[in-house]
Design a binder for this molecule. Structure first.
Ligand SMILES: NC(=O)C1=CN([C@@H]2O[C@H](COP(=O)(O)OP(=O)(O)OC[C@H]3O[C@@H](n4cnc5c(N)ncnc54)[C@H](OP(=O)(O)O)[C@@H]3O)[C@@H](O)[C@H]2O)C=CC1
Ligand SMILES: CC[C@](O)(C(C)=O)C(=O)O
Ligand SMILES: [Mg+2]
Ligand SMILES: [Mg+2]
Length: 337
């Protein structure tokens, strides 16, 4: 399958500079998009409810903060950067009434559009600019003069300008420095959910935690287990990021490389691959999204219980203690540069 990748020279920043952009939400992605848009010369208003905890943070940065409805009414491009589970309600109550002909509705992830939780009118553009990175690193990379790859997509092109606008927006937040790939809402949604569940968040967390448990249950010091299974992972992944798996294998010892080939496939075996296929099937069928929404309707009971339990895991307790000795590691998450 051939793809189109766009870089800075392919995108015209003036397109988004001529728009009034409302960023709804000021969390992980929200703060990154808003600050980088502003640094790129774009007029931005943040949409947050009265009493939102994020208001103070946005105001501290000198941003103009209004309610989501006011921001949506003012803007001609509305970027929705609040949790996926709350988007349908905020859309219905605060955005839809102000989504007049020719405006653009934008997302950083396609779940609500792809699974029909939000159904915009036909006379607006519906676009996506989806950074392939956590928001804090989207901002950090931008400030450092770099960028993270992004997926862009057009679901509705009412004005004929939707792709140009998406590309221009991607440029304003650093995406076209690294490469913006043109895709669809469906492909972004399904690959993003699969990546985070099977590999990036779910797969890696389970692998790290299980490795830590095996070592500590066998009587090894938790500090050694932490450094071995979690801390060093970043250093190993840095090499993969720079030069692929081959670069990492070049740098590690031949002993490690031999263990990698002979033991790795025993850990991630055919059963794990089958399970990954089942997980992809649940994403494609919508079963995962139904489960997510059901939990949200139930006050996020399962999410909150998992979160509380995970925070007590010995790997977190050990890590907090060790990171106190490494001031350069425990960067505050609110830091944007
Ligand atoms: N996190 C990431 O790095 C990535 C996220 N995405 C996508 O980006 C989108 C945003 O995700 P993310 O940045 O993680 O979101 P966050 O969880 O960080 O969003 C939190 C922000 O949303 C506000 N908020 C919460 N509920 C409401 C509401 N009902 N009305 C208005 N504002 C509300 C919060 O305000 P308060 O402080 O008051 O709670 C806060 O400002 C999602 O579609 C996600 O899939 C895509 C790529 C990566
Ligand atoms: C890996 C998780 C992610 O998809 C992301 C940072 O890209 C997310 O939804 O936060
Ligand atoms: Mg992602
Ligand atoms: Mg995601």
């Amino acid at each position: 399958m051939s793809i189109e990748v766009f870089y800075d020279a392919d995108a015209d920043l003036s397109v988004v500079q001529e728009r009034k952009v409302a960023v709804i939400g000021y969390g992980s992605q929200g703060h990154a998009h808003a600050l980088s848009l502003r640094d790129s010369g774009v007029e931005v208003v943040i949409g947050l409810p009265e009493g939102s905890k994020s208001r103070a943070k946005a105001e501290e940065q000198g941003l103009d903060v209004r309610t989501p409805a006011e921001a949506a009414a003012w803007a001609d491009l509305i970027m929705v950067l609040i949790p996926d589970t709350v988007q349908r309600q905020v859309y219905a109550e605060d955005i839809a009434p102000h989504l007049t002909e020719g405006k653009a509705l934008a997302f950083a992830h396609g779940l609500n559009i792809h699974f029909g939780l939000i159904k915009p009118p036909a006379d607006v553009d519906v676009i996506m600019i989806a950074p392939k990175a956590p928001g804090h690193l989207v901002r950090r990379q931008y400030v450092d003069g770099k960028g993270v790859p992004m997926l862009i997509a057009v679901e509705q092109n009412a004005t004929g300008q939707a792709r140009t606008v998406a590309l221009s927006y991607a440029k304003a937040i650093g995406g076209t420095r690294a490469g913006a790939i043109l895709t669809t809402f469906r492909d972004e949604t399904e690959t993003d959910l699969f990546g985070e569940q099977a590999v990036l968040a779910g797969g890696v967390s389970a692998l790290v935690q299980t490795g830590f448990e095996v070592l500590t249950e066998a009587g090894y010091a938790p500090e050694i287990a932490y450094f071995e299974c979690l801390h060093e992972l970043k250093l190993i992944v840095d090499l993969m990021y720079e030069g692929g798996i081959a670069r990492m294998r070049y740098s590690i010892s031949d002993t490690a490389e031999f263990g990698d080939y002979t033991r790795g496939p025993r850990v991630v075996d055919a059963r794990v691959k089958d399970e990954m296929r089942r997980i992809l099937g649940e994403i494609q069928s919508g079963a995962f999204t139904r489960e997510l929404i059901e939990d949200d309707d139930n006050g996020r009971a399962r999410l909150l219980a998992y979160r509380a339990k995970a925070a007590e895991h010995p790997i977190e307790v050990t890590g907090r203690k060790l990171r106190d000795m490494m001031s350069w590691v425990d960067r505050p998450l609110t830091e944007t540069a």
